[in-house]
Ligand binder design. Structure first.
Ligand SMILES: C[S@@+](CC[C@H](N)C(=O)[O-])C[C@H]1O[C@@H](n2cnc3c(N)ncnc32)[C@H](O)[C@@H]1O
Length: 197
């Protein structure tokens, strides 16, 4: 990510009223029971609405985001709620973005579309049998609201790009409060089946 884009994301978080993290993503709330109980990484976590909710369910959660402002807000909210969340302000484009964070039983990716190099880095940190919960804008958001197609999740493209490493468990097209989202759950191919809650 360019320095300009990094500054833009941070400025967006600074401009947002410091009212604390919002409610978790409904798709995550509906399907969190399908995530293994081991360590979980919230990818591009923002100010932590999803990470905090997951930590509140007793999961060991780490959160990464490029915006130091968002991460600082997440840390304040976690402290206020007495929750433990490991945090890292890092650009997922950087090869060392996830260094020393260990491996994960789940990745949660909400309202963010990783690029190919970011997926490689993320999947290297996912254990065999681990799961990826993904939910972000889809092509309908582009058609109705002009959201850039480059940031939309497209099922065929993801299956082609991730299919060797991940098995698609289910895919849902959603309309939540006027936003058109695509939600899916994936499992990393490998020898160990995940222990699900
Ligand atoms: C629309 S927000 C979603 C935040 C959060 N997942 C949620 O659902 O509330 C997208 C987030 O992606 C982060 N982001 C964008 N590019 C990134 C990158 N290359 N590495 C890490 N975080 C990034 C932004 O800082 C922002 O917090």
């Amino acid at each position: 990510m360019s320095t300009l884009d990094r500054k833009r994301w941070d400025a967006r978080w600074r401009e947002r009223a410091a009212t604390g993290p919002g409610a978790p993503e409904p798709f995550l709330v509906r399907h969190a029971g399908a995530l293994p109980r081991g360590p979980l990484l919230d990818v591009a976590a923002g100010d932590g609405r999803n990470a905090l909710w997951l930590a509140g369910r007793g999961l060991p959660v780490a959160a990464v985001d490029v915006s130091p402002t968002a991460i600082a807000r997440l840390e304040r909210a976690a402290a206020a709620q007495g929750l433990a969340v490991r945090t890292r302000a890092a650009d997922l484009d950087a090869p060392d973005a996830l260094e020393d964070l260990g491996t994960f039983a789940s990745l949660v990716v909400i309202r963010f579309r990783p690029g190919p190099a970011q997926w490689r880095r993320l999947l290297a940190a996912l254990r065999p049998g681990g799961r990826v919960l993904l939910c972000s804008f889809g092509p309908e958001q582009h058609r109705r609201h002009g959201f850039p197609l480059a940031f939309c999740l497209e099922r065929a493209e993801l299956e082609a790009g991730l299919g060797r490493e991940l098995r698609l468990l289910f895919w849902e097209s959603l309309a939540e409060d006027g936003a058109f989202l695509e939600g899916s759950l994936w499992e990393k191919r490998g020898d160990q089946a995940a222990a699900v809650i």
